[in-house]
Design a protein. Sequence first.
Length: 310
Amino acid sequence: MGLILEEKIIEIKNLSKRFKNLQAVDNLSLSVFKGDVFGFLGPNGAGKSTTIRMLLSLISPSAGDIELFGKPLKNNRKDILKKVGAIVEKPDFYGYLSAYNNLEILGKLSKTDVSRKRIMELLELVGLEKRYKSKVKTFSHGMKQRLGLAQALLHDPELIILDEPTTGLDPQGMKEIRDLIIHLSKDKQKTIFLSSHILYEVELVASRMIILNKGKKQVEGYVKDLLNANRLKVAFEVDNDEKVKELLSTTQWIERIDTITTGKVILNLEQNEIASINKFLIENNIAVSAVVPTRSLEEYFLNITEKAVK
């Protein structure tokens, strides 16, 4: 049997962008495959938004190549962008028009034949169906973000590029957008390029990721491989750390101790072991006031970017 190659939706080769004295993107290469939810991570000023603007042909690279759907972007811009939906920074709308009318007009401007049924389906998908008649000027920032998502999906794109899509949303809204991203990937077979500074959100939805710092790629790969995602650092806040150490020394958990400080014991655990340890401590008369897992992606991200600075 021959080797089955994954279809590349985005391929960036040796991409650079310089603004006068600022090297915003520096010799960046990456690949995004069909069906990926690809996490694009990095601190402020890492070059994420500049890269996205080059992907959307809003600015030109100083050097390097971009291919989308197997074709060079610079020679096939019009055909390629028909298959791409995007939110870049803050979505903008006609404030005096309703959510429905905005999508209707934007569909016509993009020469997309959008039916009333399609618009209402999208508004329901992003949780705005009950406000479809409301003027957008009455919307909160988070609601405008939702409407921006609906706009990006109007023409049923194959590739969706999202630049900080949960900005301004409350925790419930963030969860809804996260569920929507998973739905678009798994149920609709969309490829999603997700730029975010909310590391925990990316860990929950991304299949592959890259970490960018000062315009340079630090690491790229499958999230589960990079993070050893089952293993967490879990801090137990306790009333007697010395007694906890003594208790754990007589069990298999002794090898899982990371650090012990006054009132706190940190263990390296898998998700399904947290409840067992907690139960063990309580049954041995240890008062546990808090159990705090450290998100592995955040820790990994900080380690990578701190090494890059040194």
